[in-house]
Ligand binder design. Structure first.
Ligand code: KIV
Ligand code: ZN
Length: 508
């Protein structure tokens, strides 16, 4: 558990995941119901307290996902979003009929901007609607959350009135979104403190933070909120969401786990973070930026010589999170032109080469020349450095793609024919698949029958042109160990095959 209470003085922060609602608003990332159920199961397994399953009146798809998620999820509360309108609330209540514990999440804009230019209304009228719709939702369900949209830019004295009114009308949770991601952490924290000090019935409801990342402050704002009285954080996996996204679940949870001086904990099983992040990234077709905190591919990759040496001596010199705590197999020491002797020695030993200091010195010089040209250095290059002649190593490379042809297109059954040279001998295979890449990898699997589980498969374009090079990163698992493969090519099918072979060769 993240920051499980060391003593009873620690307070729980409720994790409200809105990946399937705010996260799903990202253009191009829409999920079908089966995919949403898969994400909901992963969130449940990770221990989130509340799953926001959708906005039922917005589309039949959202309605259906709230119904279906309610049926399969037992532990987390299922929340359904509505505007402050009777019809929205009716539909949400109906969609929640199978939920063991359902919540209606209703609300309205409270900032001057929203009141004037979105609703063409007055503060008094908005107050009236807020009270009326909260009470209306309470007729259906005991758990009603009210959101004061654009609370970040709402005048504090008026916001206090709204909060007091909706609590009096029956809201059990009050959400204070920084909808536009405008607040600074100090300002957001002060806003929450103001409400705690000026709303007489504030202790009758849980205060929730829902922060957007337009200025990169979503997680910092949620934390500032917690320090001042927020006890529920609305967040998404990988921080996805409208525009620049929301507070990222993994960031807020790991802050509370790592910083033992903060008297808070969550019930999240952090070892499931990486797996869930990858699931969401793959299903939503949203690659995670490599340097993303906690879940980025480089979050535990050390490339400079000083850092590599420090990590190899004592992990905590440069790592504040144990990779295992979030379900990462290990930190990775990446070999680049900035790597030092310690990193080179580490990798050579991993491959079975134990060099004397003099031999290491010779290899290190060769390594620097190579790394300068190649950007990163593979295991194969290392074997070469460790003493063998380069030509000989190239020739003896165990598996090479000799020929690849793929047939695909609208209405065509994707088929691939591949010829591999394995240990100098040619082998041919043909296979069909779900698409051209699947067909090509199925053909490879016929020839290399090494059992591996594909954990990550990511294709990224470098520029936006149609003539772009596609970079393929693959991660496979074998007997609990993770192996990475990489290739880049303007032909993404060839790149995919080479990346797969790169990873599987390491297993072999
Ligand atoms: O950002 C926001 O204000 C929202 C509300 C609908 C909760 O997403
Ligand atoms: Zn939002």
């Amino acid at each position: 558990m993240a920051g499980t209470p060391a003593d009873s003085a620690e307070e729980k922060i409720i994790i409200f995941d809105t990946t399937l609602r705010d996260g799903e608003q990202v253009p191009g990332s829409q999920l079908n119901t089966v995919e949403k159920l898969e994400v909901a199961r992963a969130l449940d397994a990770m221990g989130v307290d509340v799953i926001e399953a959708g906005f039922p009146i917005s589309s039949p798809g959202d309605y259906k996902s709230v119904v279906e998620i309610s049926k399969i999820v037992d532990k987390p509360v299922i929340s359904a979003l509505t505007r402050a309108r009777e019809k929205d609330i009716d539909v949400a209540a109906e969609a929640l009929r199978f939920a063991k514990r359902g919540r209606i999440h209703t609300g309205i804009g409270t900032s001057e901007n929203h009141i004037r230019y979105k609703f063409n209304s007055t503060p008094e009228q908005i107050l009236e609607v807020a009270a009326k719709m909260t009470a209306y939702a309470r007729k259906y369900i005991d758990d009603v959350e009210f959101f004061c949209e654009d609370a970040g830019r709402t005048d504090n004295a008026y916001l206090a009135k709204v909060v007091e009114t909706v609590i009096a009308a029956g809201a059990t949770v009050v959400n204070l979104p920084d909808t536009t991601g405008y607040c600074t952490p100090y300002e957001y924290g002060e806003k929450i403190r103001y409400l705690k000090e000026h709303v007489p019935n504030i202790d009758k409801a849980t205060l929730s933070a829902h922060c957007h990342n337009d200025l990169g402050m979503a997680t910092a704002n949620a934390l500032a909120g917690i320090m001042n009285g927020i006890r529920q954080v609305e967040c998404t996996i990988n921080g996805i969401g409208e525009r620049a996204g929301n507070t990222s679940l993994e960031e807020i949870v790991m802050i509370l786990k790592c910083r033992k001086d903060l008297p808070f904990y969550t019930d999240i099983d952090t070892t499931k973070i990486v797996k869930t992040s990858r699931l969401v990234s793959n299903l939503m077709r949203m690659p995670v930026q490599p340097n993303k905190a906690i879940v980025g591919r480089n979050a535990f990759a050390h490339s400079s010589g000083i850092h590599q040496d420090g990590v190899l001596k004592f992990r905590e010199n440069y790592e504040i999170i144990n990779p295992a705590d979030i379900g990462h197999s290990d930190s990775s020491i990446v070999l680049t032109a900035r790597s030092g002797r310690a990193a080179l020695d580490h990798h050579l030993r991993r491959l079975g080469y134990v060099l004397t200091p003099e031999e290491l010195e010779v290899s290190y010089k060769k390594f620097l020349v190579l790394a300068d040209v190649q950007k990163s250095v593979s295991d194969e290059d290392l074997r070469n450095l460790a003493g063998s002649d380069k030509e000989a190593v190239e020739d003896a490379r165990r598996i090479k793609v000799d020929y690849l042809q793929v047939v695909c297109g609208k209405s065509a059954i994707p088929m691939a024919t591949i010829r591999l040279v394995i240990d100098g001998e040619k082998h041919l295979a043909t296979a069909a698949g779900n698409g051209p890449i699947d067909a090509a990898l199925n053909a490879v699997r016929q020839l290399i029958q090494q059992k591996v589980t594909l954990e990550e498969f990511l294709i990224q374009a470098i520029t936006r042109g149609t003539d772009d090079v596609g970079k393929v990163h693959i991660q496979v698992e074998n007997k609990g160990k993770v192996y990475y493969g990489f290739s880049a090519n303007t032909d993404i099918i060839t790149a995919s095959v080479e990346a797969y072979i790169d990873a599987v060769s390491k297993v072999i």
